[in-house]
Design a protein around this ligand. Sequence first.
Ligand code: GDP
Length: 409
Amino acid sequence: MTASDVSHIRNIGIISHIDAGKTTVTERILFYSGETHKMGEVHDGQAVMDWMPQEQERGITITASATSCRWGEHRINLIDTPGHIDFTIEVERSVRVLDGAVAIFSAVEGVQPQSELVWRQADRYRVPRVCLINKMDRLGADHEHVLRQMEQRLAARPVLLQLPVGTEGGFSGVIDVVEEEMIVFSETDLGRTVERKPVPLQHEEALRNARLAVTEAAADFDDQVMSDFLEGRAVESERLKLALRRGTISCRIFPVLLGSALRNKGVQPVLDAVCLFLPSPLDLPAMIGRHPGSGEAESFSCDANLPLRALAFKVMAEEGRRLTYVRIYSGRMKQGASVLNPGRGAGERIRHLFRMHAHRREEVPEAVAGDIVAVAGCQATLTGDTLCDPEHPLLLEGVAVPEPVVSVA
Ligand code: GDP
């Protein structure tokens, strides 16, 4: 895997209050990305619709701690972050492994206490987020209210990137404020791409105002956007996206999209936004580790050519086999390699490396810095332990995730 491939990795979690739609959104993500259904096999929309409930009965809900899926040229590693309040410690552990997150709110219930808690944890670890206001089809859906709650209760600066077309049961699409197009969602067309149309006349004024608001928010992160904004010039959408990306990665703004996951509306744009606005592992600044003997700190970047440093973030028993989920921060992890757990002074053997998908595990010969894989073969390693090159021991425990920097690439 090359550096440009790593720039296409997104290690993300989905955070929300219970019932906001995390399970439904996750299922749709795996579906649209072809993980639970090979795109193109089913041409008849109804067949696709029939397929979904069946799959749900069989329980496609992911059980893996990190499930990998593809979205265009990107690989998205979805890391399971338990949303239940009892699992706060687990959430914190997972958050350390995430580079970004999708935060889901219900358009009816809005910001709830638990969303507040998880949001603050994400703030603490400086995890950039894109937000989905879900359940736009429900009676009483009020995304404006949710935006105000985000400002007041989460002290966040949300940036609404879509306007709804239709309300409640009539919610049928959105106006994409950045691309200035209307996105029409059909409940039966479950493809990877969504239908885009010119913006109808009656939405033009609302679009103009919304675009002005988005430009104003983006102006803080790009001088060109700022001068265009101040002088009343139109801002090119690519420039706008770049500025929004900078703001999002620095956790100063939070792009907000609208949808109804249950009605198959609005999840594909969330995946596009994940790829567009959330950081890749290369966007993270140097990590810091500690030498086990001297205690001396060493900083290092996400580089496959450096010695191996990885963090075990979840240990699970699956089919009688112990699987250790690791996030690799530098170097390469190879099948058959011997690695060191410096915290326990234990040597470990990487017997098998797996990329976990919704329905299958894919054995891979090696994984590189930036990636997330499951390892079979570790005996002594527990959640939170470091695994590293035995020749270059370094401990990652207690590593704070520093503020991400923005790559312009
Ligand atoms: P989780 O607890 O966050 O994982 O939420 P679920 O995905 O299990 O959803 C909770 C409930 O809300 C379920 O009954 C879903 O069918 C329903 N639900 C999820 N998304 C939507 C939506 O967009 N619209 C409506 N009306 N219901 C939804």
